[in-house]
Design a protein around this ligand. Sequence first.
Ligand code: UDP
Ligand code: MG
Length: 312
Amino acid sequence: MTISIIVPCYNEEEVINMTNTRLASVLDKMDLQSEIIYINDGSSDKTSSILSTFADEDSRIRVLSFSRNFGHQAAVSAGLQYCKGDAAIIIDADLQDPPELFPEMIRLWREGNEVVYGQRLSRKGESGFKKWSAKMFYRTINRLSDIKLPLDTGDFRLVDRIVIDAFNNLPERDKYIRGLFAWLGFRQTPISYNRDERAAGETKYPLKKMIKFASNGIIAFSRKPLEIALQMGIVTLLISLGLTVYTFISYFLRPMTIVPGWASTLLVILFLGSVQLLSTGVLGKYIGRIYDETKGRPEYIISHDSDSSSSK
Ligand code: UDP
Ligand code: MG
């Protein structure tokens, strides 16, 4: 049995040595073959050179380098494409998810679970805003989408080969990984843990990226926003029909009263205008996604693979 550890890294020079030591010490204690795949997601600091020294020193380690920064989700997808294990564990490079949980995850896997996902009991060292926004996001996406995302779950998880293959066969390029794993099904079980602080370095997910990531997750898994746009259209149509009737009636009953009505007219126009713009915006989001998918560009491009570099 072989287990693959998948670690996406973007500018992680401050923490990556620590991570590698901890991963190695956990893996050394286990009675399994293992490989560690580091995906260097176009880092501009020393991450790349540090990772190549790891690959030179330890034959279990493989480093895939992207030609530029393609994002965390693409990095994890690449790891899942390239890993050879009977199961893989996805883990962040910043040690927020403890590698010491591996033996327990593997035990649950050996009991027959095909996905073991980490569920956060608490999050240390993250701002109140981040915790609150994460909580709101998971609740919103569950209300909006057809699949149920387990609450407080990130990408830290173990997946069996059968699930990895199913995942790799999905034709979708812009992947929202945790959503897709929930969608795929199979036998899943949670494992609870306390999320630590980032061991060193800064977050690579600033607010702007987080909002993009969250809206992408909703668009990818729900058509509700489109339906809401339609419902708003219906409601405003009914209101304007009511207003028309009212205007006619008051014209015949008391012709003078409707003359000074410019304020209400303006309000109606503004309201309808904003509903229309909003609906067009929602449509645009979906069309943008269709456009991106039809271009058929690859999710990432690998510029260097430590396993095939020796043949040059
Ligand atoms: N990451 C990546 N590409 C990116 C951004 C992040 O590969 O464009 C990696 C990063 O190196 C880390 C993981 O994704 O291993 C999670 O990022 P981070 O810890 O900064 O996010 P946070 O935990 O603050 O949400
Ligand atoms: Mg982190």
